[in-house]
Design a protein. Structure first.
Lengths: 344, 625
C-alpha cells in the first residue's frame, strides 16, 4: 500500500504535468511548422493523429495520441488523489475534469468522426459523398463489351501479399505507403497521400498506383485492358440532395465574397424540402451535417462544395467547454472574492 | 499647483489636442462637401475624406505634402491636375529603382512631371517582371508598386477629362459641325458628342447604302471615322476609378465613375450628376467657394434621389469626424507621456506626478473608447475583425487594467504598466494599418456578428491579460534585482498571478468559442490549424506557468521568467502564425508587423537572458557570503 501510494505520488507529481505540457507544446510547434511545408493533412498523419513519431526515420518520439493518453491517466489519477473536501479543491477538480473530457474527446474523435465532401453542380442530384481520409482501390474496364463491373477494395483493409485478382493472371497487393503531394492552389490538399504497389504474375516489377494521379494506371490482364485507380471512398447517404441554386454576393466594386449560399432540395423518405446552406449556417439531417465549404465554376455553372461530417462525438467539446468555463470562472471568483480566512 | 488646477490644465491641453484635429490648412475653398462624397473602394462605401487619406498615404507615405492636406491633394488631382502634377507625391525609397530610372538618390518623393519622362522605362521594367513566374524581389515590388501608383494617378487626373476638347474628336464634317452648332475643324469633347448622340444616331441612320456596307467596315468618311473613334474610345475607357455613382444594371448595382457613367449608352437621366461635377470643377478652378459647395451638395442630393434602392448612402459624418480626431494616434501620444510620468512617479512619489499620469491615462482611454465606438457605428458590427482592431482593443484593455491595478494596489505601478502596454500595442497596431484602410470588409466566413463579438472579444481580453501579466513580471524582476521596492514582493507576484489567471480564463473561453464557431462554419471543433494551435499553445504555456507558481517549482524567479516568456509565446502564436500563410484562417495572413514582432522578441529574449545571468551572479555572491 505504501509502495502504491509512492508510485501514485510520482505519477501525479506536478513536475509530470509541467513536463507533459512542455512536450505537448513542442509537438504542436513542430507539427505547425511541418504543416507549412507538407500540408495540414500530412501534419495530422505524422504528429497529431499518431501514437509514435519517427524523426529522421529512426528516432522515436511519442506522438500526440500517446501523450494525450498519458495526460488522461495522469489527470485522472491526480483528480482522484488530490481532491479534498473543500470548495476550492472541488472547483479546481472540476476545471481538470473539463480538461479530461476534452482529452477524451480528442482521443476518441479519430474513431467517431468521419469527414466527406460533396460537390454538386446546379441542378445535379446526388446521394454519394466522398471521404477525405479514406481511400479505395478501384479496378475497371473501359471496354463496352467487357462484362466486368468495377471492383473496389478498401486500402486500409488490404493485407500484404493478398491476391486481389485470382484468375489466369493474378494481381497481388504488395504494399501501401504514402507520398507527399503538393497542391499550390489548395494548400489544404497538400499532404501525404497513399500509394499502392501491385504485382501481376506476368510482371516481376511492382506497379505503382498514386492516389492523386489524374490518369488511372492501365494493366493488361487476361487479354483485356484494366484500369486501376485510387479514389476517395464513397458512401451512399440515406437521402438525396439536389443543388437548386448557388448564390454568391460580392462586396461592391470588389472580388471579395460577402456571402455565398446554396439553395438545396432534400429528398427523404418520399418527402422533399428546400433548405439554405450558407457560411455559419449548416444543415443537419440524420446525423450528417452539411457545411458550405466553397465553390467552383465549371462549364459556366456553379459547383457548390459541401463539407459533410458525421460525428457521434460532436457534443464532447461542448460539454467539456461548459464544465471548464464555468469551473474556471467559479474558481477564480472564489480566489478573488472569498476572504483569505474562509479560503484557508 | 493645486490638484483641481492641474486637472483643469490637463483638460485644456486635451481640448487643444482635439481642437487642432479640426484646424484646416489655409485654403480659399471649403472642401467639406467634397469630403462627404461616397466612393466604393476595396469593397466598402467610404467618404472621399477617408479615400483621400489612404490614397495620399499610399502614394507618398505621408498625410500632408507641401502643406496640402490629403483632401486638398485629392481635390487638386481631380479638378486641377496640371497643378497636382507638380506635387511631390510619389515616394521611391528603393535605390536600385532610382538607378534604373536615373533619379537622384537623396530625393525621396517625386512629382508626376519629374517621373513623366521615365514612364516608358518604368513600364518596361514592370512588364518584364509581371510575366515572370518567380517570386518578386524588392526591386520588382517597388517597380510594380510605382507603376500601379502612377496608373491610378493618371486615372484620377482623368476624372472629368471627357469634357476636355480633344484632337481625337475634330469635327471636320461641315454638315455635322453645322448640326452641332460648332465651327468646322473645331475639336469637341467626348462628353459633347455623347450629349449629341441622338443626333449622331439619326445621321448614321440617314447614311445611304453606298456609303456603308453590311459588314463592320464602313467606307471612310470624316463623320464615320469620328463615330468609329468615339465607339472604340468608349470601349477602351471602361470604368476607371473613382467609383462614386451607384447604378442599377439589370437588377444588380454597379458603381461607376463619371467616365463609366458617360460611357454607357443611356446616361441622359444622369446628366444632372455629371453637370454638378463639371460645375464643381469650374468653381474649384475659379476658387468660387459658394459655387463649389453648392455643386457638390447638389451632386450628393441627386445621388440620394437616383441611387438604386439596394444602396443606402450614409452621410459619413461619424467617419469624417473620426478621421479628423485620429483618436488612436493621439491616445498613443498620451500613453507615451503617461509612461514618462509613470516612470518619474516610480522614483519620486509626488502627488502631482500621480495626478498627471492618471489623467493622461484616463484621457487616452477616453479617446480610445471614442475611437472603438466610432468604428462600431461606422461598420455596424463588433470593432474587432482584423489585426489592427485587435491590437487597438488589446491596448485599450491593458490601459483599463492599469487603472484597475492602481485601484487594487496603489504601491504597484499599475498605471505605468497600463500606459506602457497601451503605447506598445497602439504602436503595433500602426504597423498593421500602413497598407490602406483599417476599416475592412468582412469575408464570408466572418459574417457572424454573434461569433465575432464573443470569440474574438474574449480571446483579445485573454491575450491582454497575459500580455499585461508579462509586463508586470518585468516590474517584479526589476524590483527583485534593485533595491527599489515598489510594493511588497508577495503582492507583486500575486498581481502577476491574478493577471495571468484573468488572461487564462478569457483565452480558454475565447478558444472554446472559436472551436464552437469552427464547428458551425467548417464542421469540426478542432482541426489543428496553425491559428488554433497558437491559441492552444498560449493556454498550455499559461497553465504551465500557473502550475509552476502553485507547486512552487523553481520559485518566484522562475514564475516571473515563465510569464515573460509567455509574452513571446503569445506574440509568436498570435502574430507569427499569420506570417506562415497556411490554414483555414486565411483572412489573417499578412507579413506586416514582422519587424515590430522581431524587435519585441529580441528585447524580451535579451531581458530573459540578462535576468538569468544576473540571478546566477547574485546566487553565487550569496553562496560565497
Amino acid at each position: 500500500m505504501k509502495n502504491l501510494k509512492k508510485v501514485l505520488n510520482y505519477i501525479t507529481h506536478p513536475m509530470i504535468t509541467i513536463l507533459l505540457l512542455l512536450i505537448i507544446s513542442c509537438i504542436i510547434v513542430i507539427g505547425t511548422l511541418y504543416e507549412v511545408k507538407f500540408g495540414i493533412l500530412a501534419a495530422h498523419q505524422k504528429f497529431y493523429n499518431s501514437w509514435l513519431i519517427l524523426f529522421w526515420g529512426f528516432v522515436p518520439f511519442p506522438g500526440l495520441r500517446l501523450l494525450m493518453s498519458i495526460t488522461f491517466v495522469h489527470l485522472l489519477l491526480s483528480i482522484c488523489q488530490k481532491t479534498k473536501l473543500n470548495l476550492r479543491s472541488i472547483l479546481l477538480s472540476f476545471v481538470h475534469i473539463g480538461v479530461l473530457i476534452f482529452v477524451t474527446g480528442a482521443l476518441l474523435s479519430g474513431y467517431m468522426k468521419y469527414e466527406f465532401t460533396l460537390p454538386l453542380m446546379e441542378g445535379e442530384i446526388s446521394e454519394q459523398i466522398y471521404s477525405t481520409n479514406q481511400w479505395t482501390l478501384v479496378a475497371f474496364s473501359n471496354d463496352p463489351n467487357s462484362n466486368m463491373n468495377p471492383t473496389r477494395w478498401s486500402i486500409d483493409k488490404l493485407k500484404k501479399e493478398q491476391v486481389i485478382f485470382n484468375s489466369h493472371e493474378k494481381v497481388t497487393f504488395l504494399n501501401r505507403t504514402t507520398y507527399s503531394h503538393e497542391n499550390k492552389d489548395f494548400h489544404s490538399q497538400t499532404g501525404h497521400y497513399p500509394i499502392v504497389y501491385l504485382k501481376t504474375s506476368q510482371q516481376n516489377e511492382p506497379i505503382k498506383i498514386e492516389s492523386m494521379s489524374e490518369q488511372p494506371t492501365a494493366l493488361q490482364l487476361n487479354g483485356q485492358q484494366l484500369y486501376f485507380q485510387i479514389v476517395p471512398t464513397e458512401m451512399i447517404l440515406p437521402f438525396k440532395i439536389q443543388l437548386i441554386k448557388f448564390t454568391e454576393e460580392k462586396h461592391p466594386g470588389s472580388m471579395i465574397a460577402r456571402s455565398y449560399e446554396s439553395q438545396v432540395r432534400v429528398y427523404e423518405n418520399g418527402t422533399t424540402r428546400d433548405v439554405k446552406i450558407a457560411m455559419n449556417r449548416p444543415f443537419r439531417i440524420q446525423g450528417y451535417s452539411f457545411f458550405q465549404s466553397g465553390f467552383q465554376i465549371q462549364d459556366n455553372k456553379y459547383v457548390s462544395v459541401f463539407a459533410v461530417v458525421k460525428n457521434s462525438g460532436r457534443l464532447f467539446p461542448y460539454i467539456a467547454g461548459l464544465i471548464l468555463c464555468f469551473s474556471l470562472l467559479f474558481y477564480f471568483s472564489f480566489l478573488l472574492f472569498i476572504p483569505k480566512e474562509t479560503k484557508s | 499647483m493645486k490638484l483641481n488646477n492641474l486637472h483643469f490644465v490637463c483638460f485644456i491641453i486635451f481640448s487643444c489636442i482635439i481642437g487642432i484635429s479640426f484646424s484646416k490648412s489655409p485654403s480659399d475653398i471649403d472642401l467639406d462637401a467634397l469630403k462627404k462624397i461616397s466612393i466604393v473602394d476595396e469593397g466598402r462605401i467610404k467618404p472621399f475624406d477617408t479615400y483621400a487619406r489612404i490614397l495620399v498615404k499610399s502614394l507618398s507615405g505621408k498625410k500632408k505634402i507641401q502643406g496640402y492636406s490629403s483632401i486638398q491633394i485629392l481635390a487638386e488631382i481631380l479638378f486641377t491636375p496640371e497643378r497636382a502634377d507638380t506635387l511631390h507625391l510619389f515616394l521611391i525609397d528603393n535605390r536600385d529603382l532610382k538607378d534604373a530610372l536615373e533619379l537622384p538618390w537623396e530625393k525621396r518623393r517625386f512629382s508626376y512631371l519629374e517621373l513623366y519622362p521615365k514612364l516608358t522605362k518604368l513600364q518596361e521594367i514592370s512588364q518584364q517582371f509581371s510575366t515572370s513566374n518567380s517570386e518578386k524581389g524588392q526591386f520588382q515590388k517597388a517597380a510594380s508598386q510605382l507603376d500601379n501608383a502612377i496608373n491610378l494617378y493618371i486615372q484620377l487626373t482623368s476624372f472629368l477629362s471627357f469634357n476636355d476638347q480633344s484632337e481625337m474628336f475634330v469635327i471636320s464634317d461641315t454638315s455635322l459641325a453645322e448640326s452641332l452648332g460648332v465651327a468646322p475643324m473645331s475639336a469637341a469633347s467626348f462628353y459633347f458628342l455623347k450629349q449629341n448622340s441622338a443626333l449622331l444616331s439619326r445621321m448614321m441612320k440617314d447614311l445611304t447604302p453606298s456609303q456603308t456596307d453590311s459588314t463592320t467596315h464602313f467606307q471612310s468618311t470624316p463623320f464615320i471615322e469620328l463615330v468609329q473613334r468615339m465607339y472604340s474610345f468608349q470601349n477602351s475607357i471602361g470604368n476607371p476609378p473613382p467609383h462614386i455613382i451607384p447604378f442599377d444594371s439589370s437588377g444588380s448595382v454597379k458603381w461607376l465613375s463619371p467616365w463609366g457613367l458617360v460611357s454607357i449608352s443611356k446616361f441622359n437621366a444622369s446628366e444632372d450628376l455629371i453637370g454638378s461635377l463639371l460645375k464643381a470643377k469650374l468653381a474649384y478652378q475659379n476658387q468660387d467657394n459658394r459655387e463649389f459647395t453648392t455643386a457638390l451638395t447638389n451632386f450628393n442630393q441627386r445621388l440620394l434621389i437616383d441611387a438604386p434602392p439596394q444602396v443606402s448612402l450614409k452621410s459619413h459624418t461619424i467617419e469624417i469626424i473620426y478621421n479628423a480626431i485620429n483618436p488612436f494616434s493621439k491616445a498613443q501620444i498620451l500613453y507615451g507621456i503617461a509612461v514618462i510620468f509613470g516612470l518619474i512617479l516610480t522614483f519620486y512619489k509626488k502627488n502631482v506626478f500621480k495626478v498627471i499620469t492618471i489623467t493622461l491615462l484616463l484621457l487616452g482611454i477616453i479617446l480610445q473608447t471614442y475611437g472603438i465606438t466610432a468604428r462600431s457605428l461606422i461598420t455596424l458590427r463588433t470593432p474587432i475583425t482584423n489585426l489592427y482592431e485587435v491590437f487597438v482593443f488589446v491596448a485599450w484593455i491593458c490601459a483599463i487594467l492599469g487603472i484597475v491595478l492602481h485601484k487594487i494596489n496603489k504601491d504597484f505601478p499599475g498605471m505605468f504598466i497600463g500606459a506602457l502596454s497601451g503605447f506598445i500595442f497602439l504602436q503595433g497596431a500602426s504597423r498593421y494599418g500602413v497598407n490602406g484602410d483599417t476599416i475592412e470588409v468582412l469575408v464570408a466566413v466572418l459574417s457572424s456578428n454573434f461569433w465575432l463579438s464573443t470569440h474574438i472579444m474574449t480571446i483579445a481580453l485573454g491575450y491582454a491579460g497575459v500580455l499585461a501579466a508579462g509586463i508586470a513580471a518585468h516590474i517584479c524582476l526589476i524590483q527583485k534585482f534593485t533595491s527599489k521596492k515598489l510594493s511588497t514582493p508577495n503582492q507583486s507576484f500575486e498581481i502577476v498571478r491574478g493577471l495571468l489567471g484573468f488572461g487564462l480564463i478569457f483565452t480558454v473561453f475565447g478558444t472554446i468559442l472559436g472551436g464552437m464557431w469552427a464547428d458551425q462554419a467548417w464542421g469540426r471543433f478542432w482541426g489543428w490549424d496553425p491559428k488554433e494551435n497558437g491559441a492552444l499553445l498560449v493556454i498550455i504555456w499559461t497553465s504551465l506557468t500557473l502550475h509552476l507558481y502553485r507547486s512552487k517549482i523553481g520559485g518566484e524567479f522562475t514564475f516571473a521568467l515563465a510569464t515573460i516568456f509567455g509574452n513571446l509565446v503569445l506574440l509568436f502564436c498570435w502574430l507569427g502564425v499569420n506570417m506562415l500563410g497556411v490554414g483555414m484562417h486565411s483572412y489573417g495572413f499578412t507579413s506586416s508587423g514582422a519587424l515590430w514582432l522581431f524587435s519585441i522578441s529580441l528585447f524580451e529574449t535579451l531581458f530573459i537572458i540578462f535576468c538569468i545571468v544576473w540571478n546566477f551572479i547574485i546566487s553565487k555572491k550569496k553562496l560565497a557570503a
